[in-house]
Each structure stands twice: as structure tokens, then as C-alpha cells.
Design a protein around this ligand. Structure first.
Ligand code: FAD
Length: 534
């Protein structure tokens, strides 16, 4: 049995002091506290084979955001008489090594429903149980415990937002006050021969200057998160009238939504505290919007996707995923690369992809547009490929939410109206007729007159010359024609849905391949017939 007098607080997400029940419990009744974060080389080590600077798992923007969050956490811990102990290596192994060497009777960490952490936590809990170490792992990353909701629903996750809302009700913790401040923390214990580091810089991790002219304007950390939250909720009318999807996706100098997602992702901001602050605003206004469109409604979308993701095996893939339609997507690397590298020739789509690359954040509707374009709207490329690009480049990249939204946008699950396609030309124009967003993120088009900025290939050569942007040379021609590509996508989706219905969802690889071949043959014949007619 462990005889120690200390607690180990293992930070993974939940990089905050406020509303952190694991930290609160760790600090109570313990003479010593070890606040630990493990730098996982898998997540942090530069991988030069990837398509953008970063590790094999994360782009540089997100790595930087995480390091900033750790620096801030360390400084907040220091104010309470403690500090962050940074170690390097495979997190599960390092943790067990620390438990062996340090004076620990209690291990505390926030519960994490992602498969990566679920697997790791089994091993860690086994070790703790065998060595008499108490484990405390509360659910505080989400408003609800996904397992509770699934249990209430007879063991299956609810697949619609409305049924989720009914099952969820009001969160149990919401009737009492959350602990948002701590007055002090126990001192850090001796750490024996474990090598402790300061939070590294990106340069210390081995990254070179990528020579990029613009990086994400969003800084990581709890302090920044709380400041941003305060700013967002200070305008009570704005909060009360918040109605998604009414915001302007092209607003970038002052985004139309809170941009709290990266802080929620790393747990620099507690979603429960955010929820409670919103309820306080609602109490003080005459009327306010409601879920699904309100700000609280957005937090509930987050919990909805966490619940479905937790209860659905293979949620992040098409195959053996019982909620995902089987669709014969293509594997066209050329189209994928054009999309990923902002070279589709559609300025609205390309500007969004540049914002993703440079900022790691885009408005929700902008994400809709590019995800629809890549999959069922125009290019018919597999949603898993797009998901992978987002997963790497977003600073708010979140396993449950990202996969859930890609399933949604590709009409593979949740949403099935595949005839409703975003136009890569007229959608953005509605919000930003002058094309300011495009001019910022695609400076090559900055002098293109507004009549042509969404369709520069239609500009006469004299106009292109004057704008110093020759289409096909300085900026690409469209990779597909939207009218014919979207028509072909709808036809393919229709055939795929019919196949899924006929086989009651039990579509094999062979079934899918034969549909793929037939669709391609039909398309080739149509092209030939068109040529003949001409
Ligand atoms: P706000 O509108 O201010 O909303 C507040 C919070 O509610 C957000 O921070 C977020 O945590 C949550 N939220 C808002 N919209 C959604 C939604 N549709 N689903 C789930 N939660 C939501 N969001 C991520 O956090 N990580 C992702 O990896 C991610 N990938 C996406 C991929 C695609 C293809 C699409 C279409 C959307 C994705 N989203 C993702 C959801 C959404 O676009 C972002 O959460 C939102 O734009 C973040 O901006 P905000 O914080 O200003 O949102």
C-alpha cells in the first residue's frame, strides 16, 4: 500500500485553476502536491515529412498554443505557491515512473473520453490499484458525463440534438456554485532523480522558423481565456441575441463568434464555468435566444458530439461505423492537395483554407463551406482526408467535435439533405460583396475588382493584367466547374443513399467498389456523349 502523504495532479487537458475539481481534490488533505505535465514526443516532436510545419499529430500553431497555455498554467500555479513539473516521454510510462519515485498516495486527473486517453488510463489505473494509490478522475471537460446520458438512453447514444437535450436536462452541478479560485496550494515534494524541465519553447523542441508572414492571433492560456470570456459576455445584448448560424463567416478583424473553442479544447476555459456565466447573463435580460441557436446551445452541441463519439465505436472512420453512411468517395490526391493547399481556383474556398493554415481557426460557416466543397459538394473526396487536414491545422482541433462535424457536413450522418450545397461563389458574396476577406488572406487577388473577385477566371485579360493577377499563372483556374461537379456529386450521393437503404446499411467493400465503378463508367459515357454533341 502507498504510504505517501502527497497527491499527484496529472494535467493533460484541463489546463486551468478555475473549476478544476481534480486539482481541488488533489490539494485537499495533502501535505505535498506534484502538478505534472508530460511532453509527449509523439505530439510535439517535429515531423519534417508532414505537409505543414509541426509534429506528426499537430501543426505548429497548436503546439505553440499549448506551450503558451503551459507557461500560463505554471505562472498561475506559482502564484499559489506551487509550480508545473514538466517531464518528457511517453505519458503513461512517465507517470508510472513518477508514482514509483514520489511520495504519492493520491492520483488526480480530469476524466477524458477520447479513445487515446481511455486506453492510457486503463493502464495507469491498474498500476494505481495494485499499489494502493487512490485515483480521482472527475468529469469536468464537458457539461455532462457522456456515459450517464448513454445509460439513460438504454445504452446507446442519442443521435439527434433534440433527443440529447431531453435526456440531458439541466446539469446536476449547475444548482451549486463552482469553485473558481483557490487561495493556496501545498508545496511541491522532492522529485528524486526524475529530470524536471521548464516549459520548452518551440525552438527548444527543434522547430525552425517556418518563415510564415502571419500566425494565429490567438494566444494560449487560462488568463487569456478568462479575459476573452469576460469580453464576450460583457455585451449582454450580444449574448442574449446570439443566433447561429446568423453570424458573418467573413468577419475576421472582429470574428462573429466568441473564439473560445481553442481554450475549451485544452481546458484553459471550463465549459461549465462558461455555461454558468451565460446563465447569469440570461437572468439579467428580458429575453434571450435558446438552443440550438443560442450560445448555451453551442455548448450543448459540444456535449452532444462528445456523447455520440463516446458511444460509437470507430466514430472517426467510415468503415465499421454504424452511424455512418457508406459512400464511394474517391481518393483523388490531386484534388485533395489543391483543396488543402488553397489552390482550388475558388477564392472564397482558398481564402478559408489560408485562414486555416495561418490562424488555425475559421468561423463555423466557413468550415461548412470548405468541408462541403471537398466532399459532397464538388470534389467528392473522402471526408476522412479533410478531417485529417483540419485535425492537424486547427488550434481548436477536437476529436469528438471535428469528426462529428465532418460526418455531418459530408451527409454521412446526422444530416442527410445532400441536395443543399454551398455555392463557392455566391455564399461568401452575400456577406462580403467587396471580398475584403479574400483580399486579406489571398493578397494575390487584392487588386481584383469586386465584380470578379469571387470568379476571377471570368475577368477579361485586360482586367487581370491591371490587377496584376493572371488566372492560370498567378492564381489557379477552378479545379472543377461548380455547376457540373455539384450535379455529379448529387447523382453519386443519390445512388449511394439508395444502396445503403437497399442493403439496410450493411454495405460491403465489394458493394461499394462496384457502385464506384458503375458511377465512373456512367460519368465517362456522359463526357463522351457531351463531346459528340459538341
Ligand atoms: P461559438 O459560436 O462562440 O461557440 C461557443 C463554443 O460552442 C465553441 O467554442 C465550441 O466549443 C462549441 N461549438 C460551437 N459550434 C459547435 C459545433 N457545431 N459543434 C460542437 N461544438 C460547437 N469545433 C471545435 O471546437 N473543434 C473542432 O475540431 C471542430 N471541427 C469542425 C469541423 C467542421 C467541418 C465544422 C463544420 C465545424 C467544426 N467545429 C469544431 C465546430 C465549430 O465550427 C467551432 O466550434 C466554432 O466555429 C468555434 O468558434 P467559437 O468558439 O467562436 O464558437
Amino acid at each position: 500500500m502507498a504510504s505517501g502523504s502527497g497527491s499527484l495532479m496529472w494535467f493533460r487537458k484541463g489546463l486551468r485553476i478555475h473549476d478544476n475539481p481534480a486539482l481541488d481534490y488533489a490539494s485537499k488533505g495533502s501535505a505535498l502536491l506534484y502538478p505534472l505535465f508530460v511532453i509527449d514526443p509523439h505530439y510535439m516532436k517535429p515531423d519534417p515529412t508532414e505537409f505543414s510545419p509541426g509534429s506528426s499529430r499537430a501543426g505548429l500553431n497548436r503546439i505553440r498554443f499549448l506551450l503558451e497555455s503551459l507557461v500560463d498554467l505554471d505562472s498561475n500555479l506559482k502564484e499559489l505557491g506551487s509550480r508545473l513539473l514538466v517531464l518528457k516521454g511517453e505519458p503513461g510510462e512517465i507517470l508510472i515512473r513518477c508514482l514509483k519515485q514520489w511520495d504519492v498516495k493520491r492520483l488526480c486527473f480530469e476524466y477524458d473520453s477520447e479513445p487515446y486517453y481511455q486506453a492510457m488510463d486503463v493502464k495507469v489505473k491498474e498500476y494505481a490499484a495494485a499499489n494502493g494509490i487512490e485515483v480521482f478522475s472527475p468529469v469536468s471537460h464537458t457539461l455532462f458525463d457522456p456515459a450517464d446520458i448513454i445509460q439513460k438512453n438504454g445504452g446507446k447514444p442519442p443521435l439527434s440534438y433534440q433527443s440529447f437535450l431531453k435526456l440531458a436536462g439541466k446539469p446536476a452541478w449547475a444548482s451549486s456554485q463552482l469553485i473558481t479560485t483557490l487561495s493556496s496550494l501545498p508545496p511541491v515534494g522532492e522529485f528524486g532523480n526524475c529530470e524536471i524541465f521548464e516549459v520548452p519553447t518551440v525552438e527548444e523542441l527543434g522547430y525552425e522558423d517556418p518563415g510564415q508572414d502571419e500566425f494565429t492571433p490567438f494566444r494560449g492560456g487560462e488568463s487569456e481565456a478568462l479575459k476573452r470570456l469576460k469580453d464576450s459576455i460583457s455585451d449582454k445584448e450580444w449574448v442574449a441575441n446570439f443566433e447561429k448560424p446568423k453570424g458573418d463567416p467573413s468577419a475576421f478583424l472582429k470574428p462573429a463568434t466568441t473564439v473560445l473553442s481553442p481554450y475549451l479544447k485544452f481546458g484553459c476555459l471550463s465549459s461549465r464555468y462558461f455555461y454558468q456565466c451565460l446563465q447569469d447573463v440570461y437572468k439579467n435580460v428580458k429575453k434571450h435566444t435558446s438552443p440550438p441557436v443560442s450560445l448555451v446551445g453551442q455548448l450543448l452541441w459540444r456535449d452532444f458530439f462528445y456523447t455520440v463519439a463516446f458511444g460509437t465505436p470507430n466514430f472517426d472512420q467510415m468503415k465499421i461505423n454504424r452511424i455512418c453512411k457508406q459512400i464511394p468517395w474517391n481518393d483523388n490526391e490531386e484534388l485533395l492537395t489543391a483543396w488543402r493547399d488553397a489552390k482550388t481556383g475558388y477564392p472564397w474556398i482558398d481564402a478559408i483554407m489560408v485562414q486555416l493554415r495561418k490562424w488555425g481557426w475559421m468561423h463555423h460557416l466557413a468550415r461548412h463551406c470548405v468541408a462541403c466543397f471537398l466532399t459532397r459538394g464538388d470534389l467528392f473526396v473522402h471526408w476522412e482526408k479533410g478531417r485529417h487536414v483540419f485535425e492537424r491545422l486547427l488550434i481548436d482541433s477536437d476529436w469528438a467535435i471535428n469528426n462529428g462535424n465532418w460526418l455531418w457536413l459530408s451527409c454521412s450522418s446526422f444530416f442527410y439533405q445532400y441536395n443543399r450545397i454551398y455555392s463557392p461563389i455566391s455564399f461568401g458574396k452575400k456577406y462580403d460583396p467587396n471580398g475584403n476577406y479574400i483580399r486579406h488572406f489571398l493578397p494575390v487577388l487584392k487588386d481584383m475588382p469586386k465584380e470578379y473577385i469571387y470568379e476571377p477566371w471570368t475577368a477579361p485579360l485586360s482586367v487581370q493584367t491591371k490587377a496584376k493577377c493572371i488566372i492560370g499563372k498567378d492564381y489557379p483556374r477552378p479545379v472543377v466547374s461548380h455547376d457540373s461537379a455539384s450535379k455529379e456529386c448529387k447523382r453519386r450521393m443519390g445512388e449511394a443513399y439508395a444502396l445503403n437503404q437497399r442493403l439496410n446499411g450493411k454495405v460491403s467493400d465489394d458493394d461499394l467498389n462496384s457502385l464506384r465503378r458503375r458511377l465512373e463508367e456512367d460519368q465517362n459515357q456522359e463526357v463522351k456523349a457531351k463531346r459528340k454533341r459538341k
